[in-house]
Design a protein around this ligand. Structure first.
Ligand code: ATP
Ligand code: MG
Length: 332
């Protein structure tokens, strides 16, 4: 086996602060991990005229794994600038966005939530094709059998006992009907043991807000998945705690859900937990190292239980001290 390699892409703002800390934790559980650094984001655009330099894409393709921090978007539209994460998603065909929502031991967090949202990441309304005659605007919403089948395969693979297909096929029977039926067929073929149910997206939002404990894994087209995953992130206990991973074939980019947080950037107080837990997702889904993934998650829970907290959680620890608390819980 070749040495596992991870491309670190801190990006902008607090990405610069949390990614190196997550790397320290990853190296503690996987000492052989080889780290390389690459650039992307607004800073990269100002230096190179492109938000994701070709060298960065090459490095990710070669390693198969990246940990991305955050990108700052320019306040005004800038000619030639394209969002770094959108560019990476497209160039690397990262077609599945996976967001676990797991209760952490925090006083104001909701207990017993342990769900996974699998979002189709390449089509739906996000094809971004809008046409206008000045009075009427039409936005394309593309659903294909191919993309529905491959997101269905990811969801079937990741679900534990039950998969909930989210759609709006009562209003959009042709497009969402294709999504639902294709996912159902793939699941029946690949995971006949899995219980499958379905929910209209509005009903799913209601249940996610009311009884998130009832869910195992949800799979949804792009827009519904985007909205539901932000809703569900509430149960993580805060933006500084929510991890995610973008999966393609043979390539993955993990990233904390939060952005570059310009209001606290440079102060050394950002919560590194979301980035650290994103690192655990790389262990689980890319390197198939479940014991490393659980060790990180358990250490985060233990550190929080012991009262370790950055200012966003009501504490006084710095980014580095918070990571030290996780490393101490790891016994590293
Ligand atoms: P961007 O445009 O990059 O998304 P934003 O202003 O939307 O930036 P977010 O990163 O989305 O900022 O964060 C929203 C709020 O949550 C901010 O007040 C930020 O300080 C806070 N926040 C986000 N991530 C963290 C973190 N890791 N630790 C502490 N606070 C955070
Ligand atoms: Mg934001």
């Amino acid at each position: 086996m070749t040495t596992p390699t991870l491309v670190l892409i801190p990006g902008d703002g607090i990405g610069q602060e949390v990614v190196p800390e997550a790397a320290r934790v990853l190296q503690a559980v996987m000492p052989a991990l080889h780290l390389v650094e690459a650039e992307a984001g607004w800073g990269a655009f100002q230096r190179h005229g492109v938000s994701v330099p070709p060298a960065t894409l090459d490095a990710i393709r070669q390693a198969g794994a990246a940990l991305f921090g955050a990108v700052q978007s320019p306040a005004r539209k800038v000619a030639g600038y394209r969002s770094a994460i959108l560019t990476m998603r497209q160039a690397l065909d990262l077609y599945a966005n996976v967001r676990p929502v797991h209760s952490l031991p925090l006083p104001n967090a909701r207990p017993h939530v342990n769900l996974l949202i699998v979002r189709e990441n390449t089509e739906g309304l996000y094809v971004g094709e809008e046409t206008s005659d000045g009075e009427t605007v039409t936005a394309q919403r593309r659903i294909t059998r191919r993309a529905s089948a491959r997101i269905g395969r990811v969801a079937a693979h990741l679900a534990r006992q039950r998969l909930t297909i989210v759609h709006k096929a009562n209003i959009l029977p042709v497009s969402d009907g294709l999504f639902r039926d294709t996912v159902r067929a793939v699941v029946a073929e690949t995971r006949p043991d899995l219980a499958v149910d379905e929910l209209l997206v509005d009903v799913a939002a209601y249940h996610l807000a009311r009884t998130p404990e009832r869910f195992d894994t949800l799979v949804a087209p792009n827009l519904y998945g985007d909205i539901l995953s932000d809703l569900a992130a509430v149960w993580c206990g805060g933006l500084g705690l929510a991890p995610s991973i973008n999966l393609g074939d043979g390539v993955a980019v993990a990233e904390p859900v939060h952005g570059s947080a310009p209001d606290i950037a440079g102060k050394g107080i950002a919560n590194p937990i979301a980035a650290i837990l994103s690192g655990a997702l790389l262990c689980r889904y890319v390197w198939r190292n479940e014991s490393a993934a659980s060790a990180i998650e358990q250490a985060v829970a233990t550190a929080l239980q012991r009262g370790a907290a950055t200012p966003d959680l009501g504490g006084t620890l710095s980014t580095r001290e918070m990571t030290d608390a996780v490393l101490a819980a790891l016994g590293a």
